[in-house]
Design a protein around this ligand. Sequence first.
Ligand SMILES: Cc1cc2nc3c(=O)[nH]c(=O)nc-3n(C[C@H](O)[C@H](O)[C@H](O)COP(=O)(O)OP(=O)(O)OC[C@H]3O[C@@H](n4cnc5c(N)ncnc54)[C@H](O)[C@@H]3O)c2cc1C
Length: 513
Amino acid sequence: MSPEVRIGLDSVPALRVRAENRAAVRPDGAFVLYWMIAHRRPGWNFALQRAVDWARELGRPLLVLETLRSDHRWASDRLHAFVLGGMADNAAAFARKPVLHHAYVEPDPGAGRGLLAALGGEACVVVTDEFPAYFLPRMVRAAAERVAVRLESVDANGLLPLRAADQAHSRAYLFRRFLQKSLRRHLLERPLPDPLAGVRLPRLARVPEALRRRWPATAAAELRAPAALLATLPIDHTVAPVSGTPGGARAGAARLAHFLRDGLPRYADERGDPAADVASGLSPYLHFGHVGTHQILDALSARDGWTPARIEGTVTGKSSGWWGMERNAEAFLDELVTWRELGYTCAALRPDHASYASLPEWAKATLAAHAKDARTHVYDLDTFAAARTHDPIWNAAQTQLLREGRIHNYLRMLWGKKVLEWSASPEHAAQILIELNDRYALDGRDPNSYSGIYWCLGRFDRPWAPQRPVYGSIRYMSSGNTARKFRLAGYLARYAPAVESRPDRPRQGLLPG
Ligand SMILES: Cc1cc2nc3c(=O)[nH]c(=O)nc-3n(C[C@H](O)[C@H](O)[C@H](O)COP(=O)(O)OP(=O)(O)OC[C@H]3O[C@@H](n4cnc5c(N)ncnc54)[C@H](O)[C@@H]3O)c2cc1C
């Protein structure tokens, strides 16, 4: 079996394309518009590929409008710097192609309002990205009502099309079984590494004058070195960019190559060990669409000469064996595909996925039964945020989050569990976790932000014995066991909280603010 490559308006699987309004395509429009909001990469991107298909079909230029809002809840220097790095890479990539890339960074809250409708008024058809979390589904729905031509969203999120999932699976092994039955045929439909390779299109020299004046493009130099631009934006300047972790398709590809060389060979055995730190670090790149999962699978395949013909094919629900790859690659794919896409399909099928109410009934019942249990410590949001609990491991994990926008994957689980244990109620714990994760983590605001946070409170899990205070039958984790299991001295020294944020004594009894 070799992956199918089709050219024409049907090169993108129909299951991945959704009409967001009932307006018609206008063949005599001035250009095809691709509104890039989530799959922010120039290759391995079904949405871009669909827009290219339309441009070729209609013989019209292609305009890529890449926007960045300043008014979303967690907009900060950290997140903006990462996205701007990606916009700089895209500007450079599209400059070599017959495509006009217009990077619009919103200078004031709401300043971008009207841009899409205005450009849509000139376009033949608008294509955008489907992303199942945060404000994006709402934004696309609102845009669809205002755009005068057909607006399509395209799903380039994962190996399994979101609409291929039969249900929001409650456990990873059930979803894995489903994937083992149905993923194989979708692997044959992969996006083109470069949908613009060899493509000839009429060129659009610039965006119409009046629109350009009102919504000017951000210059490539400002995207590449954004410090001055960031300072002018109405976003949270207290959350600083992460030095050494640049955003963008180029940095993402470099991170992938580094991981395949240095991290993957030790992944199966050492992923959980904070001292080894062998995981890929790809989650921010995946979140902002700077890297795609087909791209990762392709790189893995090239490394081992793997093709889908090697799929073992037996439906076991087991986390290794199905792909027919070596054990490190199998372990990595189980995270990248089973766990990641479990969260994506759940988010797509359950609009309430970010709310406490979406927890399974057994989890809500056991947490409610233990809601009034005495807590050894109760901290408020500010104390958690400042890494000022009594627990050095927790404080180190939070310090890593503050400084690097990430937490080592094993400690992230412990970090979440302890917020449940030391919050006034499980509902408060969920709020605090969302606030900390989505404000500071580069990969936050993702379907898997809510998978991970609510996993700490029972989602995708089962009841565990014995019943414990606060947790009830939710799976328990302890700092003591973690300290016994791993060599943490290096991690604790590296991420010791700044002296001024160390507590004089644990602040107890405070309600979350
Ligand atoms: C409390 C809590 C909060 C979390 N918040 C987020 C979040 O905001 N964004 C996010 O992407 N993940 C989140 N996770 C899941 C997981 O911690 C991260 O995906 C992983 O640590 C990212 O590091 P990596 O890219 O090096 O992972 P790797 O081990 O290299 O895995 C490769 C990819 O697989 C996916 N993946 C790995 N582990 C998981 C998992 N447990 N669930 C879902 N997908 C996974 C990610 O896309 C990751 O990039 C959270 C987990 C917990 C317990």
